[in-house]
Design a protein around this ligand. Sequence first.
Ligand code: FEO
Length: 171
Amino acid sequence: MMTEKIKEALNNQMIAEMYSSYLYLSMASYFEAKGLEGCSHWMKAQAQEEMVHAMKFYHFIHERGGRAIMKTIDAPPSEWDSPLKAFEHALEHEKYVTSLINNLMELAIEEKDHATQIFLQWFISEQVEEEASASQVAEKMRLAEETHGGLFMLDRELSQRAMPIPIPQEN
Ligand code: FEO
């Protein structure tokens, strides 16, 4: 059985992952309105990945005999000063999520909850990838903004990202 502290912390992380999905979908809409379809596509894929993360928490909570409790999800921003600022925000957000996962792992260690520690190991590795990919795109965007035609080429490159769940209007 999970302790109340662990139950609440896992539930909060499920909501944080849903917020991440909401944030990236907001960024997708921002890019779409700017005609940057590839950037928008990349963010939609990211939003889907975050829902997958949220569902991993949902299933784990239930497997351990708890209940996933839905709570209010804060509204994310809807505007950024530039495409680069949006990707920099994505990178900062991923660093923040890494800190949440690390705190959760520390709590699981304190509470001697070995099953939760094993479950969280996947997220520890995933966050390394999440930060690396956001950082890579932010860096490419920085260079693209300095190069003539760079943004167009990067937008085309980002449109190639595999979509975890196909979206009807994109196929
Ligand atoms: Fe679920 Fe991007 O962290």
